[in-house]
Every structure is written in C-alpha cells, then in structure tokens.
Write a new protein. Structure first.
Ligand SMILES: C[S@@+](CC[C@H](N)C(=O)[O-])C[C@H]1O[C@@H](n2cnc3c(N)ncnc32)[C@H](O)[C@@H]1O
Length: 326
C-alpha cells in the first residue's frame, strides 16, 4: 500500500511519532517505510528535525560553485562558513552511534585545488565531529579527456564523520570475494604464514595469513571501485545508486532512518526505500523534489512490497566495477 500526502503547512510526524515542524514537501508511506521529501534550504529545514533521530547522513553537497549554472553554489572561499551551521544541525539530528558520509571533492580554482574540503574537516573537528575515515570513490569508468596540467579526475572523497569512536558498523554486509590472489598466495604458504606476524614497524597491526585459508569472502578496502551513473536522471551531478547503497549496508539496518540534506534527484532516498529504510531528503529546487517523488512512487513501491517482510537487506543488483580487494 502506498500513501502520498503533501505536507504544506501541516504538522508532520516521523515514522516513530517524533514531530517535525510544518514544511513544504511530500511524504510517501509504503509497506511501513516512510520517505519524506522537503523542498527547502537545508540550513533552515534541518532545524525542524528532532534531535538524535537519524542513523545515517549520506549526502553530496555542491562542490563549491562548480555547477553554478545548473543549481547554484557557494564560492570556495566562503564554503566553510556556509557549511558549518549545516554541519552543526547534522550533528544535532544524528544519533550518538550514527555516521555522516560527505561525498565531496576539492574543485580547481585559479589552476590549483582549493583547500575548502580540508579546511572544512578541520573546522568540523573543532565543533566536535570525529574525522573517522576517508573512503575513496574510484570512478572506474571516468570519461577520457586531456588537460594541460593534470589527468582526468577519477576519484572523490567520501569523508566519514562520527560523533563517537564506537558507532554502528556492519562490516559483514559489505564483504567482497577473496579474489584470485588466494590461489597463488595461500597455496604456497611459508613457515612464517602459520603464526601471527606482528608489524615490523611496530604499528600494532599484524596478520596470520593461514587464517584466510578456505574463506571465500574478505573485508573490503576503503577504496570503492564504482562506475558513475551514465543514464540521464534529470540532474547534472547524480551519484550512482551503488555509492549510497554501500554505506547504507555498512552503517544501518532495516528500519533505520537515512537523511540526505542535498537530495538532488533523490538517489539516496530511492536506495533507502528499496532496502527498507525510512528516509528524509531536503532539496532547494522544487523541480528535483517533484522528479524524486515521482520516481520513488513509480519504481520503489513494488520492490518495497517484496522486501517488507525480510529482516535483512535485499541483495544488490547495482553495477559495481570489479574490485581489486583485498
Ligand atoms: C551534488 S547535488 C546532489 C546530487 C544527488 N546526490 C543525486 O544523486 O542526485 C547537490 C544538490 O544540492 C542542492 N542544494 C544546494 N544548496 C542547497 C541547500 N542549501 N539546501 C538544500 N539543497 C541544496 C542542489 O540543488 C543540488 O540538487
């Protein structure tokens, strides 16, 4: 069953009964999964969300003013001052064990990479965020090109912020096949491979190669080899579904809530809906909100029906490049 309602001027509640302030947007409820799409500036709309109500923030904001001709943007020099109040609100709405994934990249200004991403990370740490990890999204189908002073850009950051050192993380949900290396390496074990070897640099890391015999799956690295979205989604800067899907599988479970404050075409919300999670998307431009709502209505409700009784995520059907892990 699907219920779509506009939320203009009404008191809206989240799936768990927490109240949100009245906001303009739509709410789609299907098979116990609620998708809220809010047409607003996230700096304002985030204030309407209850504290500690979100398990994962997954988002890709404007990369400064790189796309000022399509959906606007912020000059690189003003980026940190613009983003910090938003980051403060994200901190407030995130649960204590939640994660914030910021997909971003330093744009080139006057012939060199601007430092706004690094400046932002440093500023956010001063506001209480932990810079827990940097995942690299390797865009393995990057379009060929020629530039006079650098090569084609084939990677972006996915900066992982948390509020605490202990946070929800389901590592088994993103395991990858062991790969061919096991045949060569594990079939010719040396004497030293049968006992734990401590790092020679005293880093505290060690390994026992023998432990991996007979295993089919390994933990992935922090480099994600994912193809970019090539189909036209009516938006100039979509990320592929496989990107939010990987982080949703890693940091949430069925029934959790995902927030994308720079929703764009609604990629994060579509994936959340398909995987059985509640989601909230905030987007400045009304046309993107309408398109995202229509897509979720059209494509996701049947899949949600299939998965609504399952306690685990439906399996992935996304295009993922061949991984070089481990
Ligand atoms: C990089 S795009 C996000 C694309 C999205 N990940 C997708 O897959 O479609 C950034 C989006 O943020 C929106 N935006 C910019 N400033 C905003 C603000 N202050 N509040 C909400 N949305 C904003 C833009 O209109 C744009 O659609």
């Amino acid at each position: 069953m699907s219920v779509k309602s506009t939320t203009q001027g009404k008191q809206v509640t989240l799936h768990n009964g927490d109240p949100m302030l009245p906001l303009s947007g739509v709410c789609i409820a299907a098979n116990q999964v609620t998708t809220h799409i809010i047409n607003a500036d996230c700096a304002i709309a985030l204030k309407a969300l209850p504290a500690m109500s979100v398990d994962l923030v997954m988002t890709s904001p404007p990369y400064a003013d790189q796309r000022k001709h399509t959906y606007g943007g912020i000059p690189a020099d003003q980026y940190v001052a613009w983003f910090l109040p938003i980051a403060d609100e994200l901190y407030r709405v995130l649960k204590p064990k939640g994660s914030f994934i910021l997909n971003i990249k330093e744009r080139v200004v006057n012939g060199e990479r601007h430092t706004y991403v690094m400046d932002l990370i440093i500023a956010m740490r001063k506001r209480g965020w932990l810079w827990t990890e940097d995942y690299i999204w390797h865009k393995c189908n990057a379009y060929p090109g020629k530039w006079p002073n650098r090569f084609r850009d084939a990677w972006e950051r996915c900066v992982h912020f948390t509020k605490a050192r202990e946070f929800a993380m389901h590592q088994e949900a993103v395991m990858v096949p062991m790969g061919d290396w096991q045949y060569a390496r594990l079939n010719s074990l040396r004497k030293a491979d049968h006992v734990r070897q401590e790092s020679r640099t005293n880093s505290g890391f060690g390994k026992n190669t023998e432990n991996w015999i007979g295993r089919k799956m390994a933990y992935p690295t922090n480099v994600l080899h994912l193809a970019t979205e090539c189909r036209n989604k009516g938006h100039s800067a979509v990320f592929p579904e496989s990107l939010p899907e990987w982080f949703i599988r890693l940091f949430t479970k069925v029934g959790d809530t995902v927030l994308d404050p720079f929703m764009g075409s609604g990629t994060t919300l579509r994936v959340a809906h398909r995987l059985g999670l509640h989601s909230i998307g905030i987007e400045l431009l009304a046309a993107y909100c309408d398109a995202a709502a229509a897509q979720i209505e059209k494509k996701c409700i049947c899949k949600a029906k299939e998965s609504s009784t399952s306690r685990s995520f439906p399996s992935s059907k996304n295009r993922v490049c061949r991984s070089k892990n481990p």
